[in-house]
Write a protein that binds this ligand. Structure first.
Ligand code: BMP
Length: 380
């Protein structure tokens, strides 16, 4: 840490104190969740198929505050918006109290990243509370994602039902989010339907009709007061983690400002540009993927999450931790959280490859939490 980072008030402040000041709804929620669960652990769930992904989320959920996915490396990912893998993960997130972070590292022009975030088969924004961006294309891509999230947020409380009738109208209807439904693309997130305020004032449902040839297309907007997808819930997954409300609808972005890999091209100048972009988009950017805290300006209160973390086997020297032979470099929780001021450690293979992953996740949770307590001057 440089001097301005080491002196920054967020290094010594507790997560509860930072939550009390946090204006970003998801950052506020996450900081309170960390305090409640006594966890600053994110699991990087890099597993080969959806079945393993879901059982891992159920098994490790109690130890973590964030479950990180790379959905594109998971075979058998089910894209159905209500019963698919994202929705099932959402139910497990509510049950165990964690947020879902899709490590998509968006890295294209603004228009393209908007579509990658909100549309296509994956519709990442529907199920991932947090995503991240590789800032190479420049700051406008950050603003583009922020705009897309705002747009999505303004209509997400309304479930859109579409009915198509030919000739005499009939009451059959289908939801516009069906994955093989062409209409879903037409009314996709970037081409939203009229806002809810235009709806029927007397009831909860508004209707709008248009004639296409002899086909009548009717869309109805039904307010839903919770982000859950009831159809997706398997037995036991309707539970909600006690002690905190469900996560807010607002989404959050992390900027990839420093990497753990050897020889990466992220220079200090590049990292500074990431900090600037974060400050310019505070409503949406909640923090960084970095190798320590990047809070330097007095008003900064970004959350730093750090990958490249492993613990040596119980009893071994900390310096025994090195890399994976493919460029990944590992550090320990005490170095990253204690010395470098990171808030959350991101651990993949350190837990996934262990003989007893659940117990190993607890070992990482305890070590990272201890480093946080020591950093903030609390009793360990
Ligand atoms: P592992 O703990 O198994 O090395 O996994 C690290 C995870 O964090 C991977 O999913 C990787 O994509 C991600 N990651 C990283 O390792 N370094 C970075 O700088 C940024 C990352 O997202």
């Amino acid at each position: 840490m440089c001097a301005s980072q080491a002196r920054h008030p967020t290094v010594k402040a507790t997560f509860a104190q930072r939550a009390a000041k946090a204006t970003h709804p998801l950052a506020n929620y996450l900081l309170r969740l960390m305090d409640l669960k006594q966890s600053n652990l994110c699991l990087s769930a890099d597993v080969p198929n959806a079945r393993e992904l879901l059982s891992l989320a159920d098994a490790i959920g109690p130890s973590i505050v964030i479950f990180k996915t790379h959905y594109d490396l998971v075979a058998g990912w089910d894209y159905h918006p209500k019963t698919g893998t994202g929705a099932r993960l959402g139910a497990l997130a509510r049950k165990h109290g964690f947020l879902i972070f899709e490590d998509r590292k968006f890295g294209d022009i603004g228009h393209t990243v908007q579509l990658q975030y909100t549309a296509g088969t994956a519709r990442i924004i529907d199920w991932a509370h947090i995503v991240n961006i590789n800032m190479i294309p420049g700051k406008p891509a950050v603003k583009a994602l922020a705009d897309a999230a705002k747009h999505w947020r303004s209509r997400v409380n309304y479930e859109v039902n579409t009915s198509v009738t030919v000739g005499t109208p009939v009451s059959d209807s289908f939801n516009d989010n069906g994955d093989d439904d062409e209409e879903a693309d037409k009314v996709g997130a970037m081409h939203p339907l009229p806002p809810p305020t235009q709806h029927n004032e007397t009831g909860t449902t508004g209707r709008k009709g248009s004639i296409v040839s002899i086909t009548t297309l009717t869309q109805s907007f039904e307010p839903v007061d919770s982000p859950r997808f009831p159809n997706a819930i398997a037995e036991g997954e309707e539970l909600v983690y006690p002690g905190i409300e469900e996560p807010p609808w607002e989404r959050g972005l992390l900027i990839l400002a420093q990497m753990s890999s050897a020889g990466n091209y992220m220079t200090p100048e590049y990292t500074r540009a990431c900090q600037e972009a974060a400050r310019e988009n505070k409503d949406f950017v909640m923090g960084f993927i970095a190798q320590g805290t990047l809070n330097t300006e007095p008003d900064d209160d970004f959350i730093s999450m750090t990958p490249g973390v492993q613990l040596p086997p119980e009893g071994a020297e900390e310096d025994a931790v090195m890399g994976d032979g493919l460029g990944q470099q590992y550090n320990t929780p005490s170095k990253l959280v204690g010395d470098a001021g990171s808030d959350i450690i991101i651990v993949g293979r350190g837990i996934l490859k262990a003989g007893a992953p659940r117990a190993e996740a607890e070992r990482y949770r305890r070590r990272a939490w201890k480093a946080y307590l020591a950093r903030t001057g609390q009793r360990t």
